[in-house]
Design a protein around this ligand. Structure first.
Ligand SMILES: Cc1cc2nc3c(=O)[nH]c(=O)nc-3n(C[C@H](O)[C@H](O)[C@H](O)COP(=O)(O)OP(=O)(O)OC[C@H]3O[C@@H](n4cnc5c(N)ncnc54)[C@H](O)[C@@H]3O)c2cc1C
Length: 434
């Protein structure tokens, strides 16, 4: 592997519950030789694969080039929550940032993103343990209910199907008195994320897309009116290129890696829990992530395990401390579980941005990219992929839901990355306020 690629791409895939339980990935192999396509996609996560599917549905010739294997990045190791909102930003934040028309278009895209995921699952019969029973964001302080009310009003004004639950309704949905009310998005839900990535790859292959695994792209260079992508054993010439590498972005495109901060997040599953607990904990089977900055998140698996996790401030002895912190959290939120046995834990990197917005770029004429989903890329990346596909087939930037902005590398990026976890202390402080 080229020295250009940074260590995140060198690490072995995580020994996750998803890896142990996902459907097998389709047969793919490295690119050997030279090919020509209409569109080359770099990265076989949810964003790249959605781009490829939406392009191939229109008869476009596509190659996806993946350094490792489909779902190797965030897409295969996350909590699997399908969430039709952004992290920490509401529609009003988007219109304030991008103007009424673009901000509303982006918000509508986000609001419809979970439905899009489940539509794709249905259309291609993807075997990914998809459960569309809603996503719930419970308020961790009574004072946060005012914000939840405003959030619900904003999403409703855009036509999104969301609801507000009071404390009693929230308790019935979640099986705990830990929270004070909630916003619910019924189009949300949860999946086995690695299965979803692999099934998206299978769907793309079925549409004629070429997917090359173990094929890191080491350079993208202009070639006439198009682009040439160089890989260790071959090359691709394409009219258009989509860079969909998010937190696992390397130095392939100048400045892109330094425009996001990769933040390590731990995930874990309990041993299977008895049926009585399954009936009393999260009885609604919704995907749940609360209003904290130090997010408390929970969901069931198909085989009765609770999936949760946390982000740590200190890196010493991290895996053990993450397990302890998460067990303690489960005990506090769902006391009926008692002391849960953790069967497996793993980790992955989120791409955070300084303004909490996802960043969409026209990197050069014919080259686009999307990074910085701030931990909400499963539904968002799917919708972004559809938009990037529209752009690659000639829809102009003004017609897209994506506001393209220039790449802005963060000053002192290495330092910021190294100390990014300290930001969690700030978030925890904010969590103690209304
Ligand atoms: C622990 C964790 C929990 C999360 N929980 C949730 C959740 O519950 N819900 C949610 O919506 N989001 C969640 N997220 C975020 C979500 O996983 C991501 O936002 C999403 O998967 C991003 O998808 P992507 O396709 O853009 O990028 P990725 O899935 O990261 O894919 C990028 C791919 O690009 C490849 N690549 C990189 N460089 C190159 C190169 N030079 N050449 C070829 N290939 C390259 C990588 O190998 C990788 O496979 C979580 C993330 C983590 C890490």
């Amino acid at each position: 592997m080229s020295a250009l690629l940074k260590p995140l791409l060198d690490a072995p895939p995580p020994d996750s519950h998803w890896a142990a339980s996902a459907v097998a990935g389709p047969e793919t192999g490295p690119l050997d030789g030279s090919v020509r396509v209409d569109v080359a996609v770099v990265g076989a996560g949810i964003t790249g694969l959605s781009t490829a599917i939406h392009l191939a549905e229109q008869g476009v010739c596509v190659a996806v080039l993946e350094a490792r294997e489909p779902g190797f990045g965030g897409s295969g190791r996350n909590n699997g929550q399908i969430i039709p909102t952004l992290s920490r930003l509401d529609p009003a934040n988007l219109t304030a940032a991008y103007g009424e028309a673009k901000g509303s278009a982006l918000a509508r895209m986000v609001g419809g993103s979970a439905a899009l995921v489940f539509d794709l699952i249905e259309r291609y019969q993807m075997r990914c343990d998809g459960v569309q029973k809603g996503w719930i964001q419970p308020a961790h302080r009574p004072g946060r209910m005012a914000a939840a009310e405003q959030r619900v009003a904003q999403w409703r004004a855009l036509g999104a199907e969301v609801a507000l639950l009071d404390a009693a309704q929230t308790e019935r949905a979640l099986g705990t008195r830990f929270w004070h009310g909630a916003m619910v998005a019924p189009t949300g839900g949860h999946v086995n994320p690695l299965s979803l990535a692999r099934e998206m790859a299978r769907a793309a292959l079925g549409l004629g897309v070429a997917i090359h695994s173990d094929t890191p792209v080491v350079s993208i260079a202009r070639a006439g009116t198009g682009w040439t992508l160089t890989t260790p054993r071959g090359g691709v010439t394409a009219d258009r290129v989509v860079v969909a590498t998010n937190a696992y972005t390397d130095d392939l495109w100048p400045g892109l890696r330094r425009s996001v901060v990769p933040v390590l997040n731990f995930q874990m599953v309990t041993e299977p829990l008895p049926a009585a607990l399954r009936a009393s904990v999260l009885p609604s089977d919704m995907a749940c992530s609360d209003t904290r900055g130090d997010l408390h998140f929970f969901r069931w698996t198909a085989d009765n395990r609770l999936v949760s996790g946390c982000t740590l401030v200190r890196s010493a002895d991290a895996e053990r401390r993450a397990r302890e912190r998460t067990r303690e959290r489960i005990r506090r939120v769902f006391p009926q579980i008692g002391n849960p046995a953790i069967a497996r834990s793993w980790s992955g990197h989120l791409a955070m941005t300084a303004d909490f917005r996802p960043h969409f770029h026209e990197l050069a004429p014919g080259v686009t990219g999307a990074v910085g989903y701030n931990g909400r890329g499963m539904a968002l990346g799917t919708a972004v992929g559809r938009e990037l596909a529209r752009h690659a087939t000639g829809t102009g930037a003004p017609e897209l839901a994506l506001p393209f902005t220039p790449v802005k590398p963060l000053p002192f990026h290495d330092l910021v990355t190294r100390f990014s976890r300290l930001y969690m202390l700030h978030l925890r402080r904010l969590d103690r306020r209304d």
